[in-house]
Design a protein around this ligand. Structure first.
Ligand SMILES: *[C@@H]1O[C@H](CO)[C@@H](O)[C@H](O)[C@H]1NC(C)=O
Ligand SMILES: *[C@@H]1O[C@H](CO)[C@@H](O)[C@H](O)[C@H]1NC(C)=O
Length: 430
């Protein structure tokens, strides 16, 4: 609560300013000056009753909860790793909500850094300028993250600025590009680990070393207005990766990268992606799930309103043979495909490995998947491919109101499906 004396002073001050500006403007218009003090949606207050105006303002100001928000520049303690860590510590240990800012029009080179909680109060990070990653790969010494927020509740990250992973040097050395290189994972540009009640919005994330933004073991997450870009040829540069995360909404975002636009993997439930534009890249993926005979659980995923252009897949569910668990209660709806290679695909025989994958007796169960109102063009003949497992056939697959062009075809293996409305190509004619 604000001190009454301060409210008193503020009310007087505001009233004086309003009065002066009004008298100044109304000089010579006596009638108007007498009639109103406030205009617009404020109630008109007779000029002769200043006391009531004062009382109203006083009430308003005295009743307001004014909390001083501490604002700390990222370089307040020095423009180096130790300084940035100290700036974070100051924000994180503040007993009132605090803001860490990356100032506008400034560029900071950030070495791999973890901003860890728990914090004393809610924290806002405003990236208005830009941060970029150093190009010297040895600085990572095996770390899988570049910028990580870990164990911070009630965190909000935004500001409209740029996060640039300078991934080129990592892509060149990827085993997918340079065949003589050993396959090592490159860092994720922006990682949120174990954050509850998280908001990430209005950021431009570019050229990540590998995954652009990853949510792991988080809950109650709201992601919006992200722009994520990397060349279509950059290896494994997923846009947004969701793992072990519950209740996450991703909306109003544009993602153009070299791998999945959004990938949703094990342990994730209640995932909503709405109003997403993808391409180039590999499309929107659930999976891969069940690699190395692992158990996977993904449920209640909705992708509503998306446009995919020039991607290698549209909406895909991919599982390895030999896994267990499930991917269920999934809805893909209101989706437009433009020149997409495999617009609708379930692949329960996924095998992204140098060695061939042998048939195995178990699989991650795929059930209750609705594809509704999906239209556009396919870049290959195979517009719909339901390639399910012999051991655990996929079931409850519903295709409704789909038009991917008359010159396309569909194929099915071990799929239990049904159709509603018009579906083009005709499903499962093989
Ligand atoms: C986070 O928000 C919740 C709900 O408003 C509150 O109970 C909790 O104390 C907050 N924690 C921090 C660290 O701000
Ligand atoms: C089908 O999806 C498109 C693209 O999102 C949308 O514009 C259209 O309104 C949807 N149609 C229906 C009947 O919901």
């Amino acid at each position: 609560m604000m001190m009454p004396s301060l409210a008193h002073k503020l009310a007087c001050l505001i009233l004086c300013i309003l009065l002066l500006s009004k008298l100044h403007r109304c000089f010579g218009e006596e009638e108007a000056a007498r009639s109103v003090l406030f205009e617009g949606d404020q109630p008109a207050i007779p000029l002769h009753d200043l006391r009531s105006a004062y009382a109203k303002l006083y009430q308003l100001l005295a009743g307001m909860k004014v909390q001083a928000q501490e604002v700390i520049n990222i370089d307040a303690y020095g423009a180096n790793s130790q300084g940035y860590q100290k700036a974070w510590n100051a924000v994180c240990s503040s007993s009132t909500p605090a803001i860490l800012t990356v100032p506008e029009k400034k560029n900071y080179v950030l070495q791999p850094i973890a901003f860890s909680g728990p914090c004393k109060s809610s924290v806002t990070v405003m990236i208005k300028g830009s941060v970029e990653a150093p190009v010297d790969r040895s600085l990572w010494a095996g770390k899988r993250y570049w910028i990580m927020f870990s164990g911070v509740d009630n965190l909000s990250v935004g500001g409209g600025g740029v996060i640039n992973g300078n991934g080129n040097v990592w892509w060149q050395n990827s085993c997918k590009i340079k065949k003589s290189s050993p396959c090592v994972d490159a860092p994720t540009a922006l990682t949120f680990n174990g954050c509850k009640n998280l908001r990430v919005e209005n950021l431009r994330i570019q050229n990540s070393q590998q995954i652009h933004v990853s949510f792991q073991s988080c809950s109650d997450v709201d992601v919006s207005h992200l722009s994520i870009t990397a060349p279509g040829t950059s290896p494994n540069t997923d846009g947004i990766h969701v793992t072990e995360t519950q209740s996450i909404t991703i909306s109003d975002s544009v993602i153009a990268t070299g791998d999945d636009c959004i990938s949703i993997v094990s342990g994730s439930a209640n995932v909503m992606a709405k109003n997403i534009v993808c391409g180039p890249g590999h499309g929107i993926s659930i999976g891969s799930l069940g690699s190395g005979n692992s158990q996977a659980r993904v449920s209640d995923v909705t992708v509503d309103t998306a446009r995919l252009s020039g991607t290698t897949n549209g909406v895909r569910i991919k599982t390895w043979q030999g896994g267990s668990g499930y991917a269920k209660n999934i809805v893909f709806k209101n989706i437009v495909m433009q020149n997409v290679k495999n617009p609708i695909i379930i692949d329960q025989n996924y095998c992204d490995s140098n060695k061939p994958c042998h048939e195995q007796g178990s699989a991650v169960e795929v059930g209750n998947v609705l594809y509704k109102n999906i239209t556009g063009t396919s870049a290959s003949e195979d517009a719909i491919a339901l390639s399910c497992s012999k051991a655990t056939p996929c079931h409850g697959i519903v295709l409704q109101d789909i038009n991917l062009g008359h010159s396309t075809q569909s194929s099915c293996e071990n799929a239990k499906w049904s159709k509603l409305g018009s579906v083009v190509p005709s499903p499962c004619t093989n």
